[in-house]
Design a protein around this ligand. Structure first.
Ligand code: SAM
Length: 400
């Protein structure tokens, strides 16, 4: 028996809460109390205890036919961050979109005996499982609903808080309309394949961000699923985009990758990669996301920045993406940002990319420099940089 196996769930839970505190994921007494009260292991009884209480560990619930997760119980760290962003108070009416049971139980703890929690999921198997575990853990007051969140929020009444726990490419008007005047929507908003958990307040008919944090979620299913184009350049190298204007020619871009590699250094500090990545994604004129497998990275063909996906600037026959190298002269983080580019227009794309790297490092190298607006309704024909067209409206991101 290992040391961990001899520790009971209460001690593991107390350790988890302490660590979430130390990492600033938990910042309020109410969220700390909820994580202390809810027995997380009861929502994944097959999971070893130490995995159930792993700060960054997800608990798998359901996979698709390709073996990819379509439902998981999210990691405690991310749940804590989002609950803090939501700022739930006792007595509130809260809707959780995307169910698993555990997070709904945390919300019920915070909303208290006068609060009301509805947890909604498109998948009846997920709801059956969540219902069973909620009842076992004593959270019989949480209501569970099987429905597609794209259309099902109409008719559920007004909510003080809506917390979405599935990647959201667009925001249906009914989610905004279901918020009380002082209501808050916390949702993992995806732009060109990269996602931030955004806490929004109402702003007229639309939404205005209060905070945002890097996150990753399983994809939305049903009517609100993200439009996505993905091409494989070769085994282990893919480019994806949700921007219909971006040309994605697999043959031409693989030819570019097989050809010469151009490296240009920005002279600027590489720091806060999640903030930098958000800026690049919103400001590149033709953004896509470059992914490479570990094998391809180990072979030296593509930089390590592409392992979890990196913003790429793409033209019909060339592309450029960011990398970094040690250089303590550029700042305290000890790295300089740079660009790797391939194809006949590599020089031109690298120069454009490097200019943006320098702009971010000079003007916005800090957390929370972006303000995100969601504007419902038709978008103007010509959108300024930083603005992204969606189906129900558009996202407008500005930096200050
Ligand atoms: C990450 S899981 C939810 C985790 C959960 N909140 C927890 O306790 O940690 C995301 C869930 O969203 C659900 N989902 C996907 N598309 C949906 C949709 N259109 N409407 C409602 N639920 C959806 C999936 O079935 C999946 O169970």
């Amino acid at each position: 028996m290992t040391h961990l196996e001899t520790i009971g769930p209460e001690a593991l839970r107390a350790d988890m809460v302490r660590a979430l505190h130390d990492q600033d994921a938990i910042t309020s007494p109410s969220v700390a109390a909820a994580f202390t009260a809810v027995p997380r292991h009861l929502f994944a009884p097959d999971m070893p205890l130490e995995r159930a209480y792993d700060l960054h560990g997800i608990m798998p619930v359901k996979k698709d036919v390709h073996g990819l997760d379509i439902s998981v119980i999210s990691a405690p760290h991310l749940q804590a961050v989002m609950l803090e962003q939501a700022d739930i108070e006792p007595g509130m009416r809260v809707l959780e979109i995307g169910s698993g049971g555990y997070n709904a139980a945390l919300i019920q703890e915070i909303a208290g005996s006068d609060g009301e929690v509805i947890s909604l999921d498109i998948d009846a198997d997920v709801i059956d499982r969540a219902r069973q575990h909620l009842d076992t853990a004593g959270y019989t007051r949480v209501k569970t609903v099987v429905a597609d969140a794209e259309t099902a929020v109409v008719g559920l009444g007004l909510f003080d808080r809506i917390i979405v726990t599935v990647a959201t490419w667009d925001i249906p008007p009914s989610w905004i309309e279901a918020l009380t005047t002082a209501g808050r929507l916390v949702t993992p908003l995806t732009v060109c394949g990269t996602t931030r958990s955004v806490a929004f307040k109402r702003d007229g008919d639309g939404l205005l961000s209060l905070s945002y944090r890097l996150c990753s979620f399983v994809p939305m299913q049903g009517e609100g699923a993200a439009p996505d184009r993905k091409i494989m350049l070769r085994d282990g190298v893919a480019l994806q985009t949700d921007d219909p204007q971006v040309p994605l020619d697999a043959k031409a871009l693989d030819r570019a990758l097989a050809g010469d590699r151009l490296e240009r250094w920005s002279g600027a500090a590489y720091d806060l990669p999640d903030e930098l990545e958000w800026f690049m994604t919103l400001n590149l004129p033709a953004p896509a996301r470059l992914h490479a497998s570990q094998d391809v990275i180990d072979s030296g063909l593509v930089e390590a920045s592409a392992r979890l996906g990196v913003a790429a600037l793409v033209s019909a026959d060339s592309f450029a993406y960011r990398t970094r190298r040690p250089n303590s002269a550029t700042g305290s983080a000890g790295f300089e940002s740079g660009v790797v580019a391939h194809g006949p227009h590599a020089e031109e794309l690298a120069a454009q990319y490097a200019e943006l790297l320098r702009k971010w490092a000079t003007d916005y190298p800090r957390r929370g420099a972006a303000t995100i607006r969601y504007v419902p309704g038709p978008a103007p024909d010509v959108l300024p940089q930083g603005t992204v067209r969606k189906c129900h409206g558009y996202v407008d991101v500005t930096w200050a």
